[in-house]
Ligand binder design. Structure first.
Ligand code: MN
Length: 408
Protein backbone atom coordinates (compact mmCIF):
# COMPACT_ATOMS: atom_id res chain seq x y z
CA UNK A 1 0.00 0.00 0.00
CA UNK A 2 2.83 2.44 0.83
CA UNK A 3 4.31 1.72 -2.60
CA UNK A 4 1.00 2.32 -4.34
CA UNK A 5 0.55 5.45 -2.30
CA UNK A 6 3.89 6.90 -3.44
CA UNK A 7 3.31 5.79 -7.01
CA UNK A 8 -0.11 7.38 -7.27
CA UNK A 9 0.96 10.61 -5.56
CA UNK A 10 3.88 10.97 -7.92
CA UNK A 11 1.56 10.42 -10.87
CA UNK A 12 -1.18 12.87 -9.95
CA UNK A 13 1.20 15.63 -8.93
CA UNK A 14 2.44 15.61 -12.53
CA UNK A 15 -0.75 17.42 -13.51
CA UNK A 16 -0.21 21.09 -14.32
CA UNK A 17 -3.57 22.34 -15.65
CA UNK A 18 -5.91 20.37 -13.46
CA UNK A 19 -7.41 16.98 -12.67
CA UNK A 20 -10.89 15.94 -13.70
CA UNK A 21 -12.44 13.46 -11.23
CA UNK A 22 -15.01 11.08 -12.70
CA UNK A 23 -16.86 7.87 -11.74
CA UNK A 24 -19.40 5.38 -13.08
CA UNK A 25 -22.84 6.12 -14.48
CA UNK A 26 -25.72 6.14 -12.01
CA UNK A 27 -23.27 6.73 -9.13
CA UNK A 28 -23.87 5.16 -5.74
CA UNK A 29 -22.65 6.54 -2.42
CA UNK A 30 -19.22 4.87 -2.68
CA UNK A 31 -18.75 6.49 -6.10
CA UNK A 32 -19.87 9.92 -4.85
CA UNK A 33 -17.97 9.63 -1.56
CA UNK A 34 -14.83 8.73 -3.56
CA UNK A 35 -15.21 11.68 -5.94
CA UNK A 36 -16.05 14.18 -3.19
CA UNK A 37 -13.40 12.90 -0.76
CA UNK A 38 -10.76 12.92 -3.50
CA UNK A 39 -11.77 16.48 -4.37
CA UNK A 40 -11.23 17.55 -0.75
CA UNK A 41 -7.83 15.81 -0.74
CA UNK A 42 -6.74 17.72 -3.86
CA UNK A 43 -8.25 20.89 -2.39
CA UNK A 44 -6.04 20.55 0.69
CA UNK A 45 -2.82 19.79 -1.21
CA UNK A 46 -3.64 22.05 -3.08
CA UNK A 47 -3.96 20.74 -6.65
CA UNK A 48 -6.37 22.23 -9.21
CA UNK A 49 -9.31 19.93 -9.99
CA UNK A 50 -12.96 19.72 -10.92
CA UNK A 51 -15.52 16.95 -10.49
CA UNK A 52 -17.85 15.58 -13.13
CA UNK A 53 -20.66 13.25 -12.03
CA UNK A 54 -23.95 12.27 -13.67
CA UNK A 55 -25.85 13.23 -10.52
CA UNK A 56 -24.98 14.02 -6.91
CA UNK A 57 -28.34 12.51 -5.87
CA UNK A 58 -29.01 13.58 -2.28
CA UNK A 59 -25.29 13.83 -1.41
CA UNK A 60 -25.18 16.85 0.87
CA UNK A 61 -24.14 20.11 -0.88
CA UNK A 62 -21.80 20.97 2.03
CA UNK A 63 -19.83 17.78 1.32
CA UNK A 64 -19.34 18.54 -2.40
CA UNK A 65 -15.85 20.05 -2.92
CA UNK A 66 -15.48 23.37 -4.74
CA UNK A 67 -13.87 23.09 -8.18
CA UNK A 68 -10.66 25.03 -8.62
CA UNK A 69 -9.85 24.33 -12.28
CA UNK A 70 -11.63 24.84 -15.59
CA UNK A 71 -9.14 22.89 -17.69
CA UNK A 72 -7.46 19.54 -17.17
CA UNK A 73 -4.56 17.43 -18.38
CA UNK A 74 -5.48 14.28 -16.42
CA UNK A 75 -8.58 12.36 -15.41
CA UNK A 76 -8.88 10.41 -12.21
CA UNK A 77 -11.38 7.57 -12.72
CA UNK A 78 -12.78 6.27 -9.43
CA UNK A 79 -14.80 3.13 -8.56
CA UNK A 80 -14.84 1.97 -12.21
CA UNK A 81 -12.25 1.06 -14.82
CA UNK A 82 -14.35 0.59 -17.96
CA UNK A 83 -14.48 3.79 -20.08
CA UNK A 84 -17.89 2.71 -21.44
CA UNK A 85 -19.38 2.76 -17.97
CA UNK A 86 -17.63 5.96 -16.89
CA UNK A 87 -19.69 9.13 -16.99
CA UNK A 88 -17.79 11.95 -18.73
CA UNK A 89 -14.83 9.77 -19.77
CA UNK A 90 -12.45 11.74 -21.99
CA UNK A 91 -10.73 9.53 -24.56
CA UNK A 92 -7.20 10.72 -25.18
CA UNK A 93 -6.75 12.30 -21.76
CA UNK A 94 -4.08 10.86 -19.47
CA UNK A 95 -6.01 8.47 -17.22
CA UNK A 96 -5.46 7.21 -13.68
CA UNK A 97 -7.81 4.55 -12.29
CA UNK A 98 -8.45 3.74 -8.61
CA UNK A 99 -11.02 0.99 -8.09
CA UNK A 100 -12.02 -2.03 -6.01
CA UNK A 101 -13.98 -3.94 -8.67
CA UNK A 102 -12.23 -7.07 -9.89
CA UNK A 103 -11.00 -6.73 -13.48
CA UNK A 104 -8.53 -8.68 -15.55
CA UNK A 105 -6.45 -5.88 -16.93
CA UNK A 106 -6.79 -2.11 -16.96
CA UNK A 107 -5.06 -0.36 -19.90
CA UNK A 108 -4.37 2.74 -17.76
CA UNK A 109 -2.17 3.78 -14.89
CA UNK A 110 -4.08 2.14 -12.04
CA UNK A 111 -4.42 0.90 -8.49
CA UNK A 112 -7.09 -1.83 -8.40
CA UNK A 113 -7.65 -3.75 -5.18
CA UNK A 114 -10.66 -6.11 -5.16
CA UNK A 115 -9.82 -7.14 -1.58
CA UNK A 116 -10.79 -3.67 -0.41
CA UNK A 117 -14.39 -3.18 0.75
CA UNK A 118 -14.92 0.17 -0.98
CA UNK A 119 -13.11 2.53 -3.33
CA UNK A 120 -13.55 5.16 -0.61
CA UNK A 121 -11.65 2.87 1.78
CA UNK A 122 -8.87 2.34 -0.76
CA UNK A 123 -8.53 6.11 -1.26
CA UNK A 124 -8.41 6.67 2.50
CA UNK A 125 -5.45 4.27 2.65
CA UNK A 126 -3.64 5.74 -0.36
CA UNK A 127 -4.04 9.32 0.86
CA UNK A 128 -3.96 8.68 4.62
CA UNK A 129 -1.46 11.53 5.13
CA UNK A 130 -3.86 14.06 3.57
CA UNK A 131 -7.16 13.27 5.31
CA UNK A 132 -9.16 16.04 6.98
CA UNK A 133 -12.65 16.07 8.49
CA UNK A 134 -14.41 16.67 5.17
CA UNK A 135 -12.57 14.08 3.05
CA UNK A 136 -12.81 11.60 5.95
CA UNK A 137 -16.58 12.04 6.26
CA UNK A 138 -17.03 11.56 2.50
CA UNK A 139 -14.88 8.40 2.51
CA UNK A 140 -16.60 6.99 5.60
CA UNK A 141 -19.96 7.47 3.84
CA UNK A 142 -18.65 5.38 0.94
CA UNK A 143 -17.34 2.67 3.27
CA UNK A 144 -20.63 2.44 5.16
CA UNK A 145 -22.62 2.33 1.92
CA UNK A 146 -20.62 -0.51 0.36
CA UNK A 147 -20.50 -2.57 3.57
CA UNK A 148 -24.16 -2.22 4.66
CA UNK A 149 -22.91 -0.16 7.64
CA UNK A 150 -20.10 -2.65 8.34
CA UNK A 151 -22.36 -5.69 8.33
CA UNK A 152 -21.84 -7.48 4.99
CA UNK A 153 -19.46 -10.31 4.18
CA UNK A 154 -16.87 -7.86 2.80
CA UNK A 155 -16.21 -6.53 6.31
CA UNK A 156 -12.80 -7.59 7.58
CA UNK A 157 -10.24 -6.19 9.97
CA UNK A 158 -8.97 -3.88 7.26
CA UNK A 159 -12.44 -2.33 6.78
CA UNK A 160 -12.69 -1.66 10.52
CA UNK A 161 -9.18 -0.19 10.64
CA UNK A 162 -10.07 2.10 7.72
CA UNK A 163 -13.26 3.25 9.47
CA UNK A 164 -11.37 3.90 12.72
CA UNK A 165 -8.66 5.86 10.93
CA UNK A 166 -11.31 8.00 9.23
CA UNK A 167 -12.91 8.81 12.57
CA UNK A 168 -9.52 9.69 14.02
CA UNK A 169 -9.04 12.07 11.09
CA UNK A 170 -12.29 13.86 11.85
CA UNK A 171 -15.07 11.91 10.07
CA UNK A 172 -18.47 12.43 11.68
CA UNK A 173 -20.24 9.07 12.07
CA UNK A 174 -23.79 10.52 12.08
CA UNK A 175 -23.18 12.49 8.89
CA UNK A 176 -21.51 9.58 7.09
CA UNK A 177 -24.24 7.16 8.27
CA UNK A 178 -26.84 9.65 7.02
CA UNK A 179 -25.22 9.91 3.59
CA UNK A 180 -24.76 6.14 3.28
CA UNK A 181 -28.36 5.23 4.15
CA UNK A 182 -30.30 8.42 3.42
CA UNK A 183 -34.00 8.29 2.73
CA UNK A 184 -35.14 11.69 1.45
CA UNK A 185 -38.09 12.82 3.54
CA UNK A 186 -41.50 11.17 3.83
CA UNK A 187 -42.10 11.19 0.08
CA UNK A 188 -39.22 8.79 -0.52
CA UNK A 189 -40.04 6.87 2.66
CA UNK A 190 -43.49 6.16 1.25
CA UNK A 191 -42.09 5.08 -2.11
CA UNK A 192 -39.78 2.66 -0.33
CA UNK A 193 -42.69 1.40 1.79
CA UNK A 194 -44.70 0.71 -1.36
CA UNK A 195 -41.76 -1.20 -2.82
CA UNK A 196 -41.22 -3.22 0.37
CA UNK A 197 -44.88 -4.24 0.25
CA UNK A 198 -44.19 -5.86 -3.14
CA UNK A 199 -41.27 -7.98 -1.99
CA UNK A 200 -42.02 -11.69 -2.01
CA UNK A 201 -40.20 -14.88 -1.06
CA UNK A 202 -39.68 -16.91 -4.22
CA UNK A 203 -38.06 -19.90 -2.49
CA UNK A 204 -36.97 -20.14 1.14
CA UNK A 205 -34.31 -17.46 1.61
CA UNK A 206 -34.72 -15.97 -1.89
CA UNK A 207 -36.41 -12.56 -1.88
CA UNK A 208 -37.53 -10.76 -5.01
CA UNK A 209 -38.67 -7.25 -5.89
CA UNK A 210 -39.83 -6.48 -9.43
CA UNK A 211 -40.88 -3.06 -10.67
CA UNK A 212 -42.45 -2.81 -14.14
CA UNK A 213 -42.17 0.35 -16.22
CA UNK A 214 -45.89 1.22 -15.89
CA UNK A 215 -45.58 1.32 -12.09
CA UNK A 216 -42.43 3.42 -12.21
CA UNK A 217 -44.27 5.96 -14.35
CA UNK A 218 -47.48 5.75 -12.32
CA UNK A 219 -45.96 5.97 -8.82
CA UNK A 220 -42.69 7.74 -9.66
CA UNK A 221 -40.33 5.08 -8.29
CA UNK A 222 -36.74 6.21 -8.90
CA UNK A 223 -33.51 4.19 -9.10
CA UNK A 224 -32.67 5.50 -5.62
CA UNK A 225 -36.00 4.19 -4.26
CA UNK A 226 -35.25 0.75 -5.68
CA UNK A 227 -31.72 0.63 -4.30
CA UNK A 228 -32.86 1.73 -0.83
CA UNK A 229 -35.51 -0.99 -0.91
CA UNK A 230 -32.85 -3.56 -1.84
CA UNK A 231 -30.68 -2.47 1.11
CA UNK A 232 -33.62 -2.84 3.47
CA UNK A 233 -34.51 -6.26 2.04
CA UNK A 234 -31.10 -7.36 3.32
CA UNK A 235 -32.20 -6.71 6.87
CA UNK A 236 -34.06 -10.04 6.63
CA UNK A 237 -32.18 -12.45 8.85
CA UNK A 238 -32.90 -15.70 7.01
CA UNK A 239 -32.25 -14.38 3.51
CA UNK A 240 -29.51 -15.56 1.20
CA UNK A 241 -30.35 -14.08 -2.17
CA UNK A 242 -31.97 -10.72 -2.80
CA UNK A 243 -33.02 -9.73 -6.29
CA UNK A 244 -34.29 -6.34 -7.42
CA UNK A 245 -35.34 -5.97 -11.06
CA UNK A 246 -36.64 -2.71 -12.43
CA UNK A 247 -37.60 -1.83 -15.96
CA UNK A 248 -36.06 1.36 -17.30
CA UNK A 249 -38.62 4.13 -17.16
CA UNK A 250 -37.67 5.83 -20.41
CA UNK A 251 -36.03 3.22 -22.60
CA UNK A 252 -38.20 0.36 -23.78
CA UNK A 253 -37.13 -3.24 -23.10
CA UNK A 254 -34.25 -2.42 -20.75
CA UNK A 255 -34.19 -3.98 -17.30
CA UNK A 256 -31.69 -3.26 -14.54
CA UNK A 257 -31.25 -6.16 -12.20
CA UNK A 258 -29.31 -6.15 -8.94
CA UNK A 259 -28.27 -9.16 -6.87
CA UNK A 260 -27.11 -9.30 -3.25
CA UNK A 261 -26.18 -12.57 -1.64
CA UNK A 262 -24.94 -14.43 1.38
CA UNK A 263 -23.06 -17.71 1.35
CA UNK A 264 -23.55 -20.11 -0.45
CA UNK A 265 -25.27 -17.96 -3.09
CA UNK A 266 -22.98 -15.75 -5.19
CA UNK A 267 -24.48 -12.60 -6.69
CA UNK A 268 -21.73 -12.33 -9.31
CA UNK A 269 -22.71 -15.63 -10.93
CA UNK A 270 -26.20 -14.32 -11.69
CA UNK A 271 -25.01 -10.89 -12.86
CA UNK A 272 -22.44 -12.47 -15.18
CA UNK A 273 -25.09 -14.73 -16.70
CA UNK A 274 -26.72 -11.52 -17.96
CA UNK A 275 -23.55 -9.76 -19.11
CA UNK A 276 -23.10 -7.74 -15.92
CA UNK A 277 -20.49 -7.69 -13.19
CA UNK A 278 -19.54 -6.37 -9.78
CA UNK A 279 -18.42 -8.07 -6.59
CA UNK A 280 -18.85 -11.65 -5.41
CA UNK A 281 -21.80 -10.89 -3.12
CA UNK A 282 -23.10 -7.68 -4.74
CA UNK A 283 -23.45 -7.44 -8.50
CA UNK A 284 -25.73 -6.09 -11.22
CA UNK A 285 -26.56 -6.25 -14.90
CA UNK A 286 -28.35 -4.14 -17.48
CA UNK A 287 -30.32 -6.40 -19.81
CA UNK A 288 -31.98 -5.60 -23.14
CA UNK A 289 -35.18 -7.45 -22.31
CA UNK A 290 -38.52 -6.71 -20.75
CA UNK A 291 -39.03 -7.41 -17.06
CA UNK A 292 -41.16 -10.55 -17.49
CA UNK A 293 -38.70 -12.16 -19.87
CA UNK A 294 -35.68 -11.39 -17.66
CA UNK A 295 -37.34 -12.66 -14.50
CA UNK A 296 -38.28 -15.94 -16.15
CA UNK A 297 -34.61 -16.53 -16.97
CA UNK A 298 -33.37 -15.32 -13.59
CA UNK A 299 -35.72 -17.56 -11.62
CA UNK A 300 -34.87 -20.53 -13.85
CA UNK A 301 -31.23 -19.95 -12.92
CA UNK A 302 -32.12 -19.70 -9.24
CA UNK A 303 -33.99 -23.01 -9.55
CA UNK A 304 -30.79 -24.76 -10.54
CA UNK A 305 -29.20 -23.74 -7.18
CA UNK A 306 -32.31 -24.51 -5.13
CA UNK A 307 -32.87 -26.59 -3.01
CA UNK A 308 -29.23 -27.52 -2.28
CA UNK A 309 -28.31 -23.89 -1.60
CA UNK A 310 -31.42 -22.82 0.28
CA UNK A 311 -31.14 -25.73 2.63
CA UNK A 312 -27.61 -24.72 3.51
CA UNK A 313 -28.53 -21.06 3.76
CA UNK A 314 -31.43 -21.69 6.13
CA UNK A 315 -29.45 -23.76 8.58
CA UNK A 316 -28.94 -21.87 11.83
CA UNK A 317 -25.51 -20.20 11.74
CA UNK A 318 -22.83 -21.63 13.96
CA UNK A 319 -21.75 -18.76 16.17
CA UNK A 320 -18.48 -18.87 18.04
CA UNK A 321 -17.94 -17.17 21.39
CA UNK A 322 -16.17 -14.34 19.51
CA UNK A 323 -19.11 -13.96 17.10
CA UNK A 324 -21.46 -13.68 20.07
CA UNK A 325 -19.31 -10.99 21.64
CA UNK A 326 -19.21 -9.11 18.36
CA UNK A 327 -22.97 -9.40 17.94
CA UNK A 328 -23.23 -7.61 21.30
CA UNK A 329 -21.66 -4.53 19.66
CA UNK A 330 -24.19 -4.67 16.82
CA UNK A 331 -27.05 -5.14 19.28
CA UNK A 332 -26.08 -2.28 21.59
CA UNK A 333 -25.71 0.12 18.71
CA UNK A 334 -28.83 -1.17 16.86
CA UNK A 335 -26.68 -2.24 13.91
CA UNK A 336 -24.37 0.76 14.27
CA UNK A 337 -27.22 3.24 13.82
CA UNK A 338 -26.78 4.88 17.25
CA UNK A 339 -24.13 5.38 19.99
CA UNK A 340 -21.20 4.49 17.77
CA UNK A 341 -17.86 5.48 19.28
CA UNK A 342 -14.26 4.91 18.36
CA UNK A 343 -14.02 2.53 21.35
CA UNK A 344 -16.91 0.45 20.08
CA UNK A 345 -15.28 0.10 16.65
CA UNK A 346 -11.91 -0.60 18.26
CA UNK A 347 -13.48 -3.45 20.25
CA UNK A 348 -15.11 -4.82 17.10
CA UNK A 349 -11.84 -4.64 15.23
CA UNK A 350 -10.09 -6.65 17.93
CA UNK A 351 -12.77 -9.36 17.88
CA UNK A 352 -12.57 -9.56 14.08
CA UNK A 353 -8.78 -9.80 14.22
CA UNK A 354 -9.20 -12.84 16.50
CA UNK A 355 -11.58 -14.47 14.04
CA UNK A 356 -15.08 -13.14 14.74
CA UNK A 357 -17.22 -12.80 11.63
CA UNK A 358 -18.97 -9.45 11.07
CA UNK A 359 -21.73 -10.74 8.83
CA UNK A 360 -22.65 -13.64 11.13
CA UNK A 361 -22.58 -11.38 14.19
CA UNK A 362 -24.83 -8.78 12.55
CA UNK A 363 -27.14 -11.58 11.39
CA UNK A 364 -27.64 -12.62 14.99
CA UNK A 365 -29.20 -9.20 15.63
CA UNK A 366 -31.33 -9.56 12.51
CA UNK A 367 -32.44 -13.13 13.19
CA UNK A 368 -36.00 -12.15 14.07
CA UNK A 369 -36.41 -9.80 11.11
CA UNK A 370 -38.58 -11.54 8.52
CA UNK A 371 -40.39 -10.56 5.35
CA UNK A 372 -43.45 -9.98 7.52
CA UNK A 373 -41.44 -7.49 9.62
CA UNK A 374 -40.71 -5.50 6.45
CA UNK A 375 -44.34 -5.65 5.33
CA UNK A 376 -45.37 -4.41 8.78
CA UNK A 377 -42.74 -1.68 8.53
CA UNK A 378 -44.26 -0.63 5.20
CA UNK A 379 -47.77 -0.53 6.68
CA UNK A 380 -46.53 1.52 9.62
CA UNK A 381 -44.89 4.08 7.31
CA UNK A 382 -47.95 4.34 5.09
CA UNK A 383 -50.46 4.25 7.92
CA UNK A 384 -48.81 6.64 10.37
CA UNK A 385 -47.84 9.21 7.74
CA UNK A 386 -44.66 9.98 9.66
CA UNK A 387 -41.81 8.11 11.34
CA UNK A 388 -41.63 10.07 14.59
CA UNK A 389 -42.77 7.31 16.94
CA UNK A 390 -40.77 4.21 16.10
CA UNK A 391 -41.26 1.30 18.48
CA UNK A 392 -39.64 -1.78 16.98
CA UNK A 393 -36.01 -2.28 15.96
CA UNK A 394 -36.79 -2.07 12.23
CA UNK A 395 -38.90 1.05 12.76
CA UNK A 396 -36.12 2.73 14.73
CA UNK A 397 -33.42 1.89 12.20
CA UNK A 398 -35.65 3.04 9.33
CA UNK A 399 -36.54 6.28 11.12
CA UNK A 400 -32.83 7.07 11.67
CA UNK A 401 -32.29 6.89 7.93
CA UNK A 402 -35.03 9.39 7.05
CA UNK A 403 -33.67 12.90 6.56
CA UNK A 404 -36.62 15.31 6.67
CA UNK A 405 -34.52 18.21 5.36
CA UNK A 406 -33.20 16.30 2.34
CA UNK A 407 -33.42 17.79 -1.15
CA UNK A 408 -32.71 15.16 -3.76
MN1 MN B 1 -17.83 0.66 -4.63
Amino acid sequence: MKMDSKKILKEITKSRKGIKIVTHERPDVDALGSVAGMGWILHSMPMPFFTCVETWLSFHPDLRPPSSASACDMQLVLDVSDPNRTYGFDTGLHTVVIDHHPVDKVPFFSVVDPACCATSALLSELFSDYLDDRSSTCFLAGVLADTGVLSYSNVDERALRDAIRLIQCGAKWEIAYGEATKICGMEQAKHIAQLLRRVYEYKPGVFVLTVPKEDRVKFGFTDADCSSALSIMQWIGKGCLFISARENNNQAQITNISFRSRYPFEAIKYAKAFGGGGHRMAAAAKVSMGLGEVMEEVLALVDTDVPAFTQECNEPPQLSELDLQLSQAYAESELLSVNVSEDLLEGMSQLISKGANAERAAMKVREDITLESLHELADWINGSGDVSNPRTLVQRIFARQVDPSCQS
